[in-house]
Design a protein around this ligand. Structure first.
Ligand SMILES: Nc1ncnc2c1ncn2[C@@H]1O[C@H](COP(=O)(O)OP(=O)(O)OP(=O)(O)O)[C@@H](O)[C@H]1O
Ligand SMILES: [Mg+2]
Length: 277
């Protein structure tokens, strides 16, 4: 299974959420940093623990054109690092800079997409991708096209929903429709997750709570200790989302939303205009 997280602008928490989902994935998983603007996954949770020599660029140099996709997927292991605290989780670090990201050729993205698609079949690891912000042309479209599911990450605020609506438009244009796109709503805001998904015209795949202490561990290398991290509200909610993603349950049918009554009230009653579809 290939799952890709993206956002519009406004940094809703794609990188943090990608780690939260990876650390609670119910089986072996490769988390790949494909943010063309430069990768933050390694610096976020494993600062100083990932060699700059290993990652997307070293993999692309090794898995050259002509290497079959299954073999290229097997080669991920030599260019990824295993998370010491979570041996089921492997990280493929991304680009050091946006310039490096821009130098990744369309052919390299295509080869990467094919290999990520085959990761589960070739080495028994699902793939989870941080694709960063969808703004303009700089995006890993081959990987998004190959994805089984695309999680549009968004905060429940007007600013973030507007950014996500722009990203949804690009997804619709490039993918043809939004059939495999769902909303991952992160943190608190004036809107319910259901309203946000509705404004984006996609189903809701789940919610992650505002949990700054745990988020800082994943995004800024703060220390909390593995036990406290595992017990955090963020990872507990992430475990619910990953179970749903890997078993194909929809959020609408599998969770009782405490805020569903909120969604039933007219937007005008919330005094929050501007989240219209
Ligand atoms: N669930 C959360 N609770 C609290 N804070 C969060 C949560 N998720 C992310 N954050 C915080 O939000 C900030 C941005 O997070 P992150 O870097 O993951 O966003 P991003 O969408 O990947 O940004 P960018 O587009 O710049 O790559 C960080 O300070 C992070 O700690
Ligand atoms: Mg990021």
């Amino acid at each position: 299974m290939l799952t890709v997280l993206v956002s519009g602008k406004a940094a809703p928490g794609v990188t943090t959420s990608a780690w939260a989902l990876a650390l609670t994935w119910p089986g072996p998983v490769l988390v790949a940093d494909c943010d063309p603007a430069g990768g933050d996954l390694a610096a976020g949770y494993l600062p100083g623990r990932v060699s700059a020599e290993r990652g997307l660029l070293s993999w692309a140099a090794a898995a050259r054109r002509g290497v079959p996709a299954m073999a290229a997927a097997t080669m991920f292991s030599g260019h990824a690092v295993r998370v010491p605290e979570n041996p089921n989780v492997w990280l493929m670090a991304g680009f050091a800079t946006a310039t490096q990201g821009a130098s990744f050729t369309p052919d390299a993205w295509e080869r990467l997409a094919l290999a990520l698609e085959r990761s589960a079949a070739s080495v028994g690891r699902d793939a989870l991708v941080d694709a960063g912000r969808l703004v303009g042309e700089r995006a890993c479209w081959p990987v998004l096209r190959a994805a089984d599911q695309v999680l549009l990450t968004v905060r429940p605020s007007v600013r973030s929903v507007h950014a996500a609506q722009g990203a949804a438009m690009l997804l619709r244009t490039e993918l043809g429709d939004l059939a495999k796109v769902s909303a991952l709503v992160v943190g608190d805001g004036p809107y319910s997750a259901a309203e946000v998904a509705d404004a984006l015209s996609v189903p809701l795949c789940g919610t992650l709570p505002q949990d700054s202490a745990a988020a800082r561990v994943l995004s800024d290398g703060a220390s909390l200790g593995p036990k406290a991290l595992n017990r955090s509200a963020l990872l507990k909610a992430a475990a619910t989302v990953t179970t749903r993603l890997t078993t194909g349950m929809s959020a609408a049918t599998s969770i009782a939303r405490p805020d569903s009554a909120w969604a039933d009230t007219a937007p005008s009653e919330q005094a929050q205009p501007g989240i219209a579809r």
